[in-house]
Design a protein around this ligand. Sequence first.
Ligand code: ADP
Length: 448
Amino acid sequence: MARVRLTDVTKRYGDVTAVENMNLDLKDGEFVCLVGPSGCGKSTTLETMAGLTKPTSGNIQIGDRDVTTLPPKDRGISMVFQNIALFPHMDVYDNISFGLRLRDFAQEEMDERVDEAARVVRLEAMLDRMPSEMSGGQRQRVAIARAIVRDPDVFLMDEPLANLDAKLRVNMRTELQRLHKQLDTTIIYVTHNQAEAMTMSDRIAVLDNGKLQQIAPPLTCYNQPANRFVASFIGSPSMNFAATTVADGSLDADGYSIGFDTGTVDSVATRRSVDIGIRPEDIYLAENSAEAADPSQPVSAETDVLEPMGDEIFVYLKPIRETADDTADFAEREGLLMSVAPVTDIGEDDSVDIVFDRARIHLFDDRSGEALSHGIIAGAEIRTGGDSVGADWPRYPLIAFSRRSSSWTDRSGIKRRLSSHRFWLGLTRQGDGGASPLAGGHSLVSDL
Ligand code: ADP
């Protein structure tokens, strides 16, 4: 395993800047996903690490070595691609061992390595099968085994699951996480699928337009997005956004107002306008306002279409003030999407009162899109990007917490309760060898 560092890497193809001033410092043994929409520069970034393309400028280090000008074979990397290029006329053993044979490995060592790699991807019993006799998932596992046998310092994977069907993709996701745990190798993984990135990575690097937008643990990107792009890209369905004007102590959107704490969100009080963002799960029916950490005043709305998902219902709310342009699509009309529990008694075209959880409203600069604040109540501070969300966590190491309930049990078995105002949840993620901040909140903890 090895650390991978990109310093000011830029790659241009003629007029197109595929990657611009990319700085990444990926730790030994880390699983990092490069994520972003098609054409944002993910593959190009990975290819510069692999040596398949030379950066126009900048510097690439793998382990202690500067590999910027080294050919791929000397970089200690293995790649797995989206298209599974197995040799159709070779059985699994020959496919896996192909690279070793090219390098004149002794038969005994080759056997040992192939057996070990096949065991890791659970293909021991299939070494004499031909690729045509295998399923898509099994073939992808052969491709991964072929990467493993070389015992690389770094795995580079470019959308390796993109050609698999949905169910298999989810299975392979788990397999890759297991593989990472077992091999303890640095894995850099390109995907446009944010769910894949959220579930597998230690950190996500979100790219847009060739530029790094944020690199942070998945839930930091989710809870403290560095800017509006990250906020809208991470999370499905996407965050709701609205333009507001700043009045004395309130943010006025089209047809409704949300009170905020002028004393605590200084950066906003001096502005005229600001964009707000709120996730569907942070909007509640007023009757359930107790579930919100800090509910706003109720706002009247009307439901539009419902989408029952089984575990939740997505409720599209009509724009709170209809604009003249009825033909504009839903997002343009600034309707809101909320998610409610599956047992909720709600229908289409119902009049409802809703509240916003003010502890979970994000504020963005309406020009640059930079995040200004996560939460608009006392204690809200600017916390963006990076690995850390600040020095004041974890005050209370928690092992379990349900956001929609007001109590939980801490490590020592004491029941705790959430009451008002300010603390950081210091949840420990299993398996990453240390505590990582997963969520910010604004409440005090008291013993029950
Ligand atoms: P992603 O992997 O995020 O979909 P890419 O890294 O493949 O994005 O591409 C980033 C940008 O660079 C795109 O605009 C793409 O068209 C351009 N690009 C990539 N490879 C080449 C190439 N070989 N020649 C010209 N333009 C390229």
